[in-house]
Design a protein around this ligand. Structure first.
Ligand SMILES: [Zn+2]
Length: 448
């Protein structure tokens, strides 16, 4: 491994300039800006390493797929990443332009540095380093890079279902999301699921004068407030009947892992909020990883410009996201949500489902986790924290449920990577230690 690590150290400048080429290419999936060009660039970068690659069309943005088979290799690793990025707006809040990557304060700044180009590019450079130094990989490697993660991976499930033999593997591996606030590496074994719902109400066919007709016309804004009020009580308990029936509480092993995750009050103080005691952190992690949540993420009705406008708005709507945990099923939860609205007399409420993901988890004591931990110790020179789950959501269940293989996620971006926000970054050391970690992981996985 030392020789491989030396190769990584010797080629830092070139690795950076290649990553910068990828970062300079916008690939904003939701705006369809530069995505096809980025796929072509990525394919070329994979081929330059010696990975046969192709662009596979889907109903949406293409998948870039690559594969390196090794005679005699016993294990196959499926590496997942996404080459699409979030829109860069608001542009005026960026210190340097989003698609002109810059190095400052030990970090690379730019859209996609952390989420997810900088992270998956580390896997490609790891493969290059292992190939150049040893001549062969210790495992077969398959690469699945999608261009729609930031728009809920719309085509990925179809792609995976129609390409099962192509994607057959023993384990799935990825790097997405952040490390811990103390820059300690972490290994994530699962994700929460998510269900997006938009609810809307309409009264009259247009806004009306609140003084004249206000007493006669229905008020959708008030009615929406009353509906939202039925979802949770003042203590934050979710009131949808049967909502938490399928929730599996943490096992003793998982509880033990939760206790070892350091809670840094900066998660609150950094947001200008009062700090909480470290003990409260324990409850925080259990809620984050093992309990579902119902969140109002958008609320719209009436006039919201400057000054006043005396109307009864004729429409009101809210966007709601429900974070789900193992073994909640988004289909079942949606039915329960609809039934809840009916049971409370909100038959006039329009409820639109807007996609989501299943929750998913790989067992904390799976040997794959131990292999990743050994790799992190070599690559980062630090002890990793094992997290049973992350609070966010991604298509993990496509691997664990659809393909039926375990997946773990070892993030290489910092906790304050500002993904989806202005001034996104990855630390240089995270990128290079990540390359070394992936290289070590390929060797560790070969021994499983
Ligand atoms: Zn993202």
């Amino acid at each position: 491994m030392n020789e491989i690590f030396r190769y990584v150290d010797q080629h830092r400048e070139r690795f950076l300039s290649e990553l910068f080429a990828l970062l300079r290419q916008p690939s904003i999936s939701t705006q369809n800006v530069g995505v096809a060009e980025c796929a072509a660039l990525l394919k070329g970068q994979m081929e330059a390493i010696g990975i046969p690659a192709r662009i596979v069309p889907t109903g949406g943005h293409p998948v870039v797929y690559g594969e390196l088979s090794v005679a005699g290799a016993k294990r196959t690793i499926l590496i997942y990443g996404h080459y699409d990025v979030q829109p860069p707006e608001p542009l005026e809040l960026w210190n340097t332009p989003p698609f002109e990557p810059t190095i400052r304060d030990g970090r690379i700044w730019g859209r996609g540095t952390g989420d997810n180009k900088g992270q998956f590019f580390a896997h490609l450079k790891a493969v290059e380093a292992v190939l150049k130094v040893t001549g062969r990989l210790p495992v077969n490697v398959k690469f699945l890079f999608e261009g729609e993660e930031e728009i809920s991976s719309r085509s990925l499930r179809g792609f995976i279902e129609t390409n099962r033999p192509l994607l057959a593997a023993d384990y799935a591996f990825c790097s997405d999301g952040p490390m811990l606030p103390n820059h300690q590496p972490t290994i994530l074994f699962g994700v929460r699921g998510i269900l997006h719902v938009e609810v809307s109400l309409q009264g009259a066919n247009r806004d009306v004068h609140s003084g004249n007709l206000g007493v006669f016309v229905p008020a959708p804004a008030w009615r929406l407030v009353h509906f939202l009020n039925t979802l949770k009580d003042a203590q934050g308990r979710i009131l949808i009947k049967g909502f938490a029936d399928a929730v599996v509480p943490p096992s003793p092993l998982e509880k033990d892992a939760l206790r070892k995750i350091p809670f840094d009050p900066i998660v609150l103080t950094g947001l200008g909020l009062p700090a909480v005691a470290p003990e409260a952190g324990q409850g925080y992690f259990e809620r984050l990883m093992f309990q579902p949540a119902v969140n109002i993420c958008g609320l719209t009705s009436g006039y919201q410009g400057r000054g006043t406008k005396t109307i009864v708005p004729h429409k009101a709507s809210a966007k709601i996201d429900m974070r789900l945990v193992v073994n909640q099923d988004p289909d079942d939860i949606f039915e329960k949500f609809v039934a809840h609205a009916k049971a409370h007399g909100f038959d006039d409420l329009q409820i639109e489902r807007q996609g989501g993901f299943y929750p998913s988890r790989t067992p904390l004591d799976h040997p794959l986790g131990a292999a990743a931990a050994r790799a992190v110790r070599q690559g980062f020179g630090k002890e990793p924290i094992l997290q049973p789950c992350m609070g966010g959501s991604d298509p993990d269940y496509y691997f664990t449920r659809v393909l039926g293989i375990p997946r773990i996620n070892v993030p290489y971006a910092p906790h304050d990577e500002n993904n989806h926000a202005p001034n996104e970054s990855i630390m240089l050391e995270g990128f290079f230690s990540g390359i070394k970690t992936t290289a070590a992981f390929l060797h560790e996985a070969a021994t499983l």
